[in-house]
Design a binder for this molecule. Structure first.
Ligand SMILES: Cc1ncc(COP(=O)(O)O)c(C=O)c1O
Length: 402
């Protein structure tokens, strides 16, 4: 199934500014339907949750609908959807909470492939608990995260395995299900960073074996809201630091303070938007529509990405990093003779948005030997990018040949 990218683009007011938005890995634009949902929430009147009056009831409904929507997006249970300001904040909260139960000599496994947000909170929590940190390494020639190494990394003392579902610079999609199966066999929990993976294809947290799956709505056309989708049974076992009067039931127990209520209405609208990209299954459950839509997104992105990657690889003055077998439509590259930041500035002058630098893949860019030299340029495709975005990037980069 395909979808009409022109129609999709027309729904995004920001895309009318003439720029090629190839910075989706850092954050996406939002469609008018998301903007409308946020405006409508404010216009209708919101109250704090749990009150006796209609505006409060509307807020309760927004939060419940948001949990349902995020659960539909990734195949989770709404009772396990924890909402928060962003993935980093939520991960620090989960790390602190889980580590309260770790003893000196316990172990955790993190990966060098990960964004720092799924690594530093765990490393710092382990240090406080006296737990041992073990590292899964990346095969730097391919950008893969070999699964077999987990046989050596896991022991009877392993409490947690943190791993990404996709690298935010190389696009690598490790075999999370295989890693999670090994982790579970060792009696460890899995915390999967789905921030980069979620916008690029169908997600099924149960199939991944993720006890916790983190995602950020602003990477998939929603507002700046994060979520961790957890197994409710596991959530029940957690005792986070919390205010005494704050609700003690899950998933609210893991949340702090007042939610960004109008933005949560926007999150639901973003899921509806994604679910509607693949129109062939209109009328099915939202989960079914999400799965069909995201499969269509994946195949369109991958087709376009072949043009992008082949085009860059054909240029002798360009080096691309990583050759993973399964990847998102994200490329990390350097242009000979040009600092990555200068390349990004040059592209911006040609109305092309890309990122340069380490993109918080601190360990991986260090291992690749790129971090201190300004990292590399990252260009990524999302569901609203089209052939002209790719052609423009290739033209301008070709023009940088010595
Ligand atoms: C793979 C990955 N993980 C985690 C994060 C952090 O997400 P947040 O900005 O929601 O804290 C990002 C942000 O770019 C990311 O790309």
């Amino acid at each position: 199934m395909r979808y009409d990218v022109r129609k999709v683009r027309a729904g995004y007011p920001a895309l009318a500014d003439g720029y090629a938005y190839l910075d989706g890995a850092a954050g996406t634009q939002v469609p008018q339907s998301v903007i409308d949902a946020i405006v409508a929430a404010y216009r209708a009147g919101l109250g704090n949750q749990g009150g006796t009056f209609p505006a409060s009831g509307r807020s309760d409904a927004i939060v419940a609908e948001c949990r349902n929507a995020v659960a539909d997006l990734v195949g989770g249970d709404p009772a396990g959807v924890v909402l928060g300001p962003n993935m980093t904040t939520l991960t620090y909260r989960f790390a602190t909470t889980l580590a309260a139960d770790w003893a000196a000599g316990d172990e955790i496994v993190v990966s060098r492939l990960d964004h720092d947000a799924n690594l530093r909170p765990w490393v710092q929590a382990a240090q406080r608990a006296g737990a041992v940190v073990r590292w899964a390494e990346v095969d730097l020639s391919t950008g893969e995260l070999p699964v077999q190494q987990y046989d050596d990394l896991l022991t009877a003392r392993t409490r947690l395995v943190a791993v990404t579902a996709a690298s935010n610079i190389l696009g690598t999609r490790p075999d999370v299900a295989a890693i999670a199966a090994k982790a579970h066999a060792a009696g460890a929990l899995t915390y999967v960073d789905g921030v980069h993976a979620t916008p690029h294809g169908p997600v099924d947290v149960a199939a991944l074996g993720a006890d916790f799956y983190a995602t950020s709505a602003y990477k998939w056309s929603g507002p700046h809201v994060g979520a961790v989708v957890a197994d409710p049974a596991v959530l029940e076992t957690l005792r986070p630091a919390k205010l005494l009067p704050a609700p003690d039931e899950i998933p609210v127990r893991m949340e702090t303070g007042t939610a960004p209520l109008a933005d949560l209405a926007g999150v639901t609208a973003a899921v509806e938007h994604l679910a509607d990209l693949g129109s062939a299954v209109a009328g099915g459950t939202r989960r079914a529509r999400v799965l069909a839509s995201m499969a269509a997104v994946e195949s369109c992105e991958q087709e376009l990405f072949t043009t992008l990657l082949d085009g860059l690889d054909a240029m002798p003055h360009v080096t691309t990093y990583g050759r993973p077998a399964r990847r998102t439509a994200t490329v990390y590259f350097r242009v000979e003779g040009h600092h990555p930041r200068d390349v990004a500035t040059h592209l911006a002058a040609h109305r092309i948005n890309v990122w340069s630098g380490h993109s918080y893949a601190w360990e991986l860019t260090g291992a690749l030997g790129l971090r201190d030299g300004g990292g590399a340029v990252r260009a990524g495709l999302v569901h609203y990018n089209d052939r002209s975005d790719v052609d423009r990037l290739l033209d301008v980069v070709a023009g940088l040949a010595p």
